[in-house]
Design a protein around this ligand. Structure first.
Ligand code: CP
Length: 304
C-alpha cells in the first residue's frame, strides 16, 4: 500500500491515510477486547528514542506485542549514542540484530528519513523535531472519525504553539487532504509565517476562532524548543489562549476536546476542560495503540 517506511503524512494520499484508519478499526476491537493477534509473530520491532516519551513509545511497544512481535528498546540516554555512535551506525547495528522495524523519535527534522535511507528495516517516524508526528495525527483522525463518522467538513481548531508543533503540521497536512476546515490560533509569535500555505485559516483571537468548532485541539506549549520571550508568562498565555470552561461551553459546547499530551494543566487547557465529558484525551491514547497496530501490520506484516 505504501512503501517501506512511514515518515510523514505530507506525501501520503487521502486513500492511503483512510486505508490505515479503516484497518485500525479491527485493531481497536482486538486491543480493547484483549484479543492477541499473531501477524507479526517472529518479527522484531525496535523503539529508538532520542527524546523523552510516555505515550508514543509505550503505545508502539504495546501495539507490536499485540501483533505478536518481540520488542527491543534503545534509549539515546543509556545507549552507545552517548559514546559518539552515529545515527546511521546505530541503525546498521539494529539491522544486524535482525530488527524488522525501527520506530524513531529524534530532535532533528529529517532524522527518520536519513535512517530509512540507510537501513533494511522499516522505519516509522515517531516525531522528528518540528517536522511531523504522523502516527499522532493518524490517531487524532481516527478519534475524530469515531466521534463524527467523517472528517470531511469538520471545523478543527488548533490552539497554541503551532510554531514548534510537529503534531500540528501532520494534522494540517492530513486534515486538508481529508476535506476538513482547519484554523490555527495563538499568539503571533507562535504562529509561523506561511502556515496558511498548508490550507488553514489563521486567527489571533481564540473566541472568534472557536465559533462553530467541531474539534478543539490544544497544542502543548513546548518550552524545551522555545527561545525566551515568545509570550510574557504562562499565566498570561493561559488568560489569552487557554481553553477553559467559559470558552468551551460559551462558544462551542459540543466540540470534541483533544490534546496530544502531555498536557500542561492550567496552561493549554483548564483541568475542568481536560476532564470534561467532551474530552477525548484518554481515548486518543487508546486509539494510538490501534493505529500503530494498523501501521505495523501493514508495513511489517505486509497487509497493505
Ligand atoms: N503525544 C506524544 O507524542 O506524547 P509523548 O511525548 O508522551 O510520546
Amino acid at each position: 500500500m505504501f512503501k517501506k517506511d512511514l515518515l510523514g503524512l505530507k506525501d501520503m494520499t487521502a486513500e492511503e491515510i483512510t486505508g490505515i484508519l479503516d484497518h485500525a478499526v479491527g485493531m481497536k476491537e482486538a486491543f480493547v477486547g484483549g484479543r492477541q493477534l499473531s501477524s507479526l509473530s517472529g518479527k522484531c520491532v525496535t523503539t529508538l528514542f532520542y527524546e523523552n516519551s510516555t505515550r508514543t513509545k509505550n503505545s508502539f511497544e504495546t501495539a507490536a506485542r499485540m501483533l505478536g512481535a518481540r520488542t527491543m528498546s534503545v534509549s539515546a540516554a543509556t545507549s552507545s549514542v552517548q559514546k559518539g555512535e552515529s545515527l546511521i551506525d546505530t541503525g546498521k547495528t539494529l539491522d544486524a540484530l535482525r530488527t524488522d522495524a525501527i520506530v524513531i523519535r529524534h530532535s532533528m527534522a529529517g532524522a527518520p528519513h536519513l535512517l530509512a535511507a540507510n537501513v533494511k528495516a522499516c522505519v516509522v517516524n515517531a516525531g522528528d523535531g518540528m517536522n511531523e508526528h504522523p502516527t499522532q495525527s493518524l490517531l487524532d483522525l481516527f478519534t475524530m472519525r469515531e466521534k463524527f463518522g467523517t472528517i470531511k467538513g469538520l471545523r478543527v481548531v488548533l490552539v497554541g504553539d503551532v510554531r514548534h508543533s510537529r503534531v500540528a503540521r501532520s494534522n494540517l497536512w492530513a486534515l486538508e487532504k481529508l476535506g476538513a476546515e482547519t484554523v490555527v490560533v495563538g499568539p503571533c509569535t507562535l504562529i509561523p509565517k506561511g502556515i496558511e500555505d498548508l490550507g488553514c485559516e489563521v486567527s489571533y483571537d481564540i473566541e472568534d476562532a472557536l465559533i462553530g468548532a467541531n474539534v478543539v485541539m490544544g497544542l502543548r506549549i513546548q518550552r524545551e524548543r522555545q527561545k525566551a520571550g515568545l509570550f510574557p508568562s504562562l499565566a498570561e498565555y493561559s488568560a489569552e489562549f487557554g481553553i477553559n470552561a467559559d470558552r468551551l461551553y460559551g462558544i462551542c459546547e459540543n466540540a470534541l476536546v483533544m490534546h496530544p499530551g502531555p498536557v500542561n494543566r492550567g496552561v493549554e487547557l483548564s483541568g475542568e476542560v481536560a476532564d470534561c465529558a467532551n474530552s477525548a484525551i484518554n481515548e486518543q491514547v487508546t486509539n494510538g495503540v490501534a493505529v500503530r497496530m494498523a501501521v505495523m501490520d501493514i508495513l511489517v506484516g505486509g497487509r497493505g
